[in-house]
Ligand binder design. Sequence first.
Ligand code: NAD
Ligand code: WQD
Length: 335
Amino acid sequence: MVLVTGGAGYIGSHTCVELLNNGYQIAVIDNLSNSHPQAIDRVKEITGRDFPFHEGDVCDEAALDEICKAYPFDCVIHFAGLKAVGESVDLPLAYYKNNIGSTVKLLEAMGKYKINNFIFSSSATVYSGENTMPLTESSVRGCINPYGWTKFMNEQIIRDTATARAGMSAVLLRYFNPIGAHESGQIGENPSGVPNNLMPFISQTVAGKYAELSVYGNDYDTPDGTCIRDYIHVTDLAAGHVAAIRFCQSHKGTRAFNLGTGQGTSVLEMVHTFERVNGVKVPYRIAPRRPGDFPVSYADPSQAEETLHWRAEKTLEQACADTWRWQKKNPNGYS
Ligand code: NAD
Ligand code: WQD
């Protein structure tokens, strides 16, 4: 049975669907600090499967004790965390406390309850901006904001724990840029307030919530001058977690994998793909560069392909169509 922390969130809810559809038993713990309980109900509707949901904090030892005593877990997938880069610069201690504290408490609980398999939501943000592309798992790491450092430090904490604990298997999944939604339009990304990320800002602008998208910089050294990223459909990402569980069952120690498509897409390519696929107009203007943005970032996903037997299958077009379906069906998110 799999304990999913942060399972009411964007990537967690899609992974719950994938786990349930693959026959896994799950239980979710989430404090709903950045999510809505309806996401859990929708996962149940999509899959026709029931599962326990505990509203609780992963930093709270008693809450972890309660759920770990109640179910026979053999694996933990740890999505729970704060993820807003800008906010982490203003509130570094809140990020270190929540993102590092939750991982430490969880690893302690795993020791206590003899749970050996751990899958961690890491990020391409652990890679330094100095690397050549594509990014491989051995590219140079280094961060430029507290959020990134929490991922970097958590990776080290997990590695050290897996080294010290015989029988433990840990997989660090470094996500590139997750986008899209479940094809049903029932679950999707539900940012609170003004979205920080490109895709939800595009869809909410087309929906009329914002007058226009600001394209942050068109003077980068890229073919159209806008930044390039590796956008991966969230259901492909979810499938990567099922592949990681299978890998854990036959390998000990810690391994990191890039989960990306290997394809780079510029901001303007994304805008125009969204327009073409959905028959809509994305109003935009060119704005100054956003501090901290790297010009180009995309993955070499070959290790995940060779070792996890996983690869991204969905196209950018599908991600744009699925995002728009989710947005239209849920103009105000879950609330
Ligand atoms: P999300 O905010 O939608 O989901 C995170 C969930 O964790 C939320 O439901 C939130 O309520 C919950 N949570 C936070 N702190 C908690 C705590 N202490 N106890 C219990 N629940 C807690 O974010 P997401 O996009 O689904 O991201 C999931 C994970 O993937 C995060 O760790 C994030 O850092 C990582 N990640 C996300 C992206 C991205 O662009 N979305 C990219 C790389 C890595
Ligand atoms: C993508 C591109 C922007 C918004 C962030 C985190 C990273 C990871 C994923 C968790 C960039 C441009 C954006 C807008 C724009 N999260 N953009 N106008 O910055 O690659 O990664 O999310 O681990 O840590 O930093 O993603 O979606 O914010 O931006 O022009 O309104 O879109 O400049 O080039 P990013 P993003």
